[in-house]
Write a protein that binds this ligand. Structure first.
Ligand code: NAI
Ligand code: ISE
Length: 344
C-alpha cells in the first residue's frame, strides 16, 4: 500500500520532509499540501517538482478522501489544533516537535487519541533514530559503563534569527535533549534548574544566551545541558554519559581530516538539516512502514510529547524563578506502554 500524505506547513522542514518522501523513502507519496501562506505552498511544489493538490486550510486537507496521513510541519503553536482535527478524522499524524506548546495541549491530544482507541500520532523526536544515539542507547542498555551517574550535553546553533526568544531555547531547542535523554536513560525527571552564564556578545538584546539547564532524574542522575544559539563556529551536538565504570560519548560526525599549513583539522557541520539527515530519513520511513504494515505508528508517541512538554514547562518556570523546580509525571497509561523502538 502507498501511504498518501498531506503536508500542513511547507516551510523549511516541511520541504525537507516532502523531498525525502519523494526522493529517498519508499511506500509513500505527497498528494496534498496547505500553508497559511499559499505562496509558500506553491513555491514548495514548484521547487521540489511535486504535483499535489493545494488546499485552503488544514481541515480541508484532512477531509480529503485520498489523504491517509498528515505531516504537521507548521509553527509550533499551530500543531495542537491540526493534530486534534486529524485524530477526530481518524487519520495518522506525524507531528514535528513540539507536539503542542503546553503540557495541557499535549494532554488534550493524548486524551483524544485514547478516546479514538488506537495510536495515530508520532512526534518528530528524530534523535532516537540517529546512529550515534542508537549506539549510546545500546551501550547503556547493556551496562557497558555500569549505571549512569552524570550526563553532560551541549546543543549549539551557529546563530538564530530575531524571532528566536529566550523561552524557545527550552521549548524549541532543549526539547530534543529532554526527549532523547528520557529515552536513553529510561528514567523520569524530577527537577529542573536554569542558570544564565555571562551573555554572549553576539546574542540580540532580547535574548539571554547561553543557558545551562540542570535536570535530575528519579534515580539521581544529574544532567547538565548547555544551550548556545550564537556559537558561530557550527551546529554542534555533544552528549557524554559518565557511568560507574567508564564514560560513553556520542560519536563526532564523520569528516575527513586535513593536514595543511601546519594544521590538522576536520570540518564541523553548520546546519541541523545535514547533521540529522539520516535520522530524519529513518524516523519517516519508520512512520510510513509502521502505519502501513502494523496499522499503528511505532516511533515517539503523543505520551512522549506530553512528557517532554511537562519537563519543558518546568524548565520555563525555572528560567523565571532561578530556583530548582519540581517535575511530577503521572505513570504511563497502559495505552502507551509499548516502548518506542531503539532502531538497531
Ligand atoms: P518555517 O517557519 O520555515 O515553516 C513553517 C511553515 O508553516 C510556514 O511556511 C508557515 O507559513 C506555515 N504555517 C504556520 N502556521 C500554519 C497553519 N496553521 N497552517 C498551515 N501552515 C502554517 O518553520 P520550520 O523551521 O520549518 O519549523 C516548523 C516546525 O518544525 C516547528 O515546530 C519546528 O520546531 C520544527 N522543526 C523541527 C526540527 C527537527 O530537528 N526535528 C528542525 C526544524 C524545525
Ligand atoms: C530547530 O527547531 C530544531 O529542531 C533543531 O533540531 C534544533 O537544533 C534547533 O535548535 C531548533 O531551533
Amino acid at each position: 500500500m502507498t501511504v498518501r500524505i498531506g503536508v500542513v506547513g511547507t516551510g523549511a522542514i516541511g520541504k525537507e520532509h516532502m523531498n525525502r518522501v519523494e526522493q529517498r523513502l519508499s511506500g509513500a507519496e505527497i498528494v496534498a499540501v496547505t500553508d497559511v501562506n499559499q505562496a509558500s505552498a506553491d513555491q514548495a511544489l514548484q521547487e521540489l517538482g511535486i504535483q499535489a493538490v493545494i488546499y485552503p486550510d488544514d481541515q480541508a486537507l484532512i477531509n480529503a478522501e485520498d489523504v491517509d496521513a498528515i505531516f504537521v510541519t507548521s509553527w509550533g503553536p499551530a500543531h495542537e489544533a491540526t493534530v486534534l482535527k486529524a485524530i477526530a478524522a481518524g487519520k495518522y499524524v506525524f507531528c514535528e516537535k513540539p507536539l503542542a506548546v503546553t503540557a495541557k495541549g499535549c494532554m488534550d491530544i493524548v486524551k483524544a487519541e485514547m478516546e479514538h482507541g488506537k495510536r495515530l500520532v508520532q512526534v518528530g523526536f528524530m534523535r532516537q533514530y540517529d546512529s550515534g544515539y542508537m549506539q549510546l542507547k545500546h551501550a547503556l542498555d547493556t551496562n557497558i559503563v555500569g549505571e549512569p551517574l552524570m550526563v553532560k550535553c551541549a546543543h549549539r546553533n551557529p546563530e538564530v534569527n530575531e524571532a528566536y526568544t529566550t523561552d524557545m531555547a527550552i521549548s524549541d531547542t532543549l526539547i530534543h535533549e529532554i526527549h532523547v535523554l528520557h529515552w536513553l536513560l529510561d528514567d523520569d525527571y524530577v527537577s529542573a534548574q536554569v542558570l544564565f552564564p555571562r551573555k554572549n556578545k553576539h546574542a540580540l538584546p532580547h535574548l539571554r544566551d547561553p543557558q545551562v539547564i540542570m535536570l535530575e532524574t528519579a534515580s539521581g542522575v544529574l544532567i547538565q545541558v548547555e544551550v548556545s544559539v550564537n556559537c558561530k563556529y557550527g551546529y554542534d551536538i555533544q552528549c557524554e554519559v559518565v557511568g560507574e565504570e567508564g564514560i560513553v560519548s556520542l560519536p563526532e560526525v564523520e569528516s575527513i581530516s586535513i593536514r595543511k599549513d601546519g594544521k590538522l583539522s576536520t570540518n564541523i557541520l553548520h546546519d541541523w538539516k545535514l547533521r540529522f539527515v539520516d535520522a530524519y530519513d529513518r524516523e519517516l520511513q519508520d512512520f510510513i512502514h509502521s502505519i502501513s504494515r502494523q496499522g499503528i505508528p511505532s516511533g515517539p508517541s503523543a505520551w512522549d510529547g506530553y512528557v517532554a512538554a511537562v519537563t519543558s514547562d518546568a524548565c520555563l518556570k525555572a528560567q523565571e524563578s532561578g530556583q530548582k523546580e519540581p517535575i511530577s509525571l503521572e505513570s504511563t497509561p497502559d495505552f502507551y506502554q509499548t516502548e518506542t523502538k531503539a532502531h538497531a
